[in-house]
Every structure is written in C-alpha cells, then in structure tokens.
Design a protein around this ligand. Structure first.
Ligand SMILES: *[C@@H]1O[C@H](CO)[C@@H](O)[C@H](O)[C@H]1NC(C)=O
Ligand SMILES: *[C@@H]1O[C@H](CO)[C@@H](O)[C@H](O)[C@H]1NC(C)=O
Ligand SMILES: *[C@@H]1O[C@H](CO)[C@@H](O)[C@H](O)[C@H]1NC(C)=O
Ligand SMILES: *[C@@H]1O[C@H](CO)[C@@H](O)[C@H](O)[C@H]1NC(C)=O
Length: 183
C-alpha cells in the first residue's frame, strides 16, 4: 500500500518532468506542421531562452501560449523604441526616414493589438486574442518591403529585427490557433 503510493507519486513526478521538458520542442513541431512560415529551430531557441528566464517556467501548453504572446508583446515594445531611436539619426536620407516613420506607425498599431491580445488571452477570450494576433501579422512584412520599393537606393536598417518579430508573431498566432482547437 505504502509502496504503491510512493510509486504513484514517482510516476506523476516522472510524467510531469518529462512532459515539461518536451513541451517546447513538441509544441513547436506541431505548430510548424500547421504553418510553413514557422521556423522550428527559431521557435525552440527563442522559447527555451524565454522559458529559462520565466519564474516559474511554463509546464503546460496554456502557459506556453501565454508566454509566447508576452514575448511577442515585449518584442514589439522593443521595435517601437529601436525605430524611434533610428528616427533621431540625422544621417538617414529622406526616403529612409519616411519608411522608418511608416514602420513606427505600423509597429505602434501592432503594440496596441498585442496589448489587447495579452488581456484577451488572460481572460480566456481566445477569439479576440486570435483576431488581435492576426491583425499584426503583415505589419513587419509591410515595414520591410517598402524599403525595397526604391531599388538600390536604400536598404532597410531593420531587416534582422523585422525577421525576428515576424517569427515571434507567427509562433503566437499558430499557438493560439492550436490552443483554440484543443480547448
Ligand atoms: C506566410 O507569410 C506570407 C508573408 O510573408 C503570407 O503572405 C502567407 O500568407 C503566410 N502563409 C501562411 C500559411 O500563413
Ligand atoms: C546613424 O546612421 C548611420 C547610417 O546608418 C550610422 O552609420 C551611424 O552609426 C548612426 N548614428 C547613430 C548615432 O546611431
Ligand atoms: C482586438 O480585437 C477586438 C475584437 O475584434 C477589437 O475590438 C479590438 O479593436 C482589437 N484591438 C486592436 C488594437 O486592434
Ligand atoms: C526582440 O527584438 C530585438 C530587436 O528587434 C531582437 O534583437 C531580440 O532578439 C528580440 N528578442 C527576442 C526574445 O526574440
């Protein structure tokens, strides 16, 4: 009797732990099947890093979705401040400046949408969270593409950042869609 209950506790512990450590790779794998834009390697790397800074780290999919949305939100906050610093730089030409201003507006819109997505997710309003996350989906692409409209003349100072942001947004959107299906 006593042994049996120890065994049960041990098995629960084992299951819980192995479940926890596979959570991110498994979720990223599933998400990458749903969305060809999602990079599995980026997904695992960025979520493992965020998870290691998270106290307590997520141990179930719901918490992971929440962490992913918050990561996207904190990244869009970074983007807004990076762009506003670039706008202070006098050495950019007029065309680049105009593009940066558009990017600033796009990311400011994304920030409001992400703020709403965080609140919606916390109150379990998954439909609203999904709407808010898909509204931001194209913004980083639009930001990046306008620099290419004037070929050879200018290059985007935000290419790397736009790519990172796009991936984070794709992950959150794929996750919320997976979560809605299983909820
Ligand atoms: C992948 O991203 C592009 C934008 O770069 C978008 O037009 C396309 O719809 C996305 N594909 C899916 C399946 O979401
Ligand atoms: C301003 O932009 C130029 C061109 O991209 C860059 O070389 C320079 O380091 C920037 N200056 C500051 C203060 O960021
Ligand atoms: C988030 O979605 C809700 C529901 O569609 C909408 O009312 C709200 O305006 C959206 N937020 C933003 C910033 O777009
Ligand atoms: C968030 O954004 C910054 C700037 O775009 C980027 O350098 C950084 O790697 C991103 N952070 C995460 C956790 O992805």
């Amino acid at each position: 009797m006593k042994f049996a209950s120890y065994l049960v506790i041990f098995l629960i512990f084992l299951f819980h732990c192995s479940n926890g450590s596979n959570l991110i790779p498994q979720s990223c794998k599933e998400a990458s099947k749903h969305d060809p834009n999602l990079s599995y390697d980026f997904c695992v790397a960025s979520l493992e890093e965020a998870s290691s800074k998270c106290h307590p780290p997520p141990t179930n999919f719901e918490d992971l979705v929440g962490m992913s949305i918050q990561l996207t939100e904190s990244n869009v906050t970074n983007m807004v401040s990076i762009i506003s610093n670039l706008l202070e730089n006098k050495s950019f030409d007029q065309y680049t400046k105009a593009c940066l201003k558009d990017c600033f507006d796009l990311y400011s819109d994304s920030l409001s949408a992400l703020d709403d997505a965080v609140v919606a997710f916390k109150s379990k309003d998954l439909d609203t969270a999904a709407i808010n996350l898909s509204a931001t989906f194209d913004n980083s692409v639009t930001c990046e593409d306008q620099f290419k409209d004037k070929k050879g003349e200018t290059s985007s100072p935000l290419t790397m950042e736009n790519r990172v942001y796009f991936q984070l947004n794709v992950i959150s959107l794929a996750f919320i869609q997976m979560f809605r299906q299983h909820y």
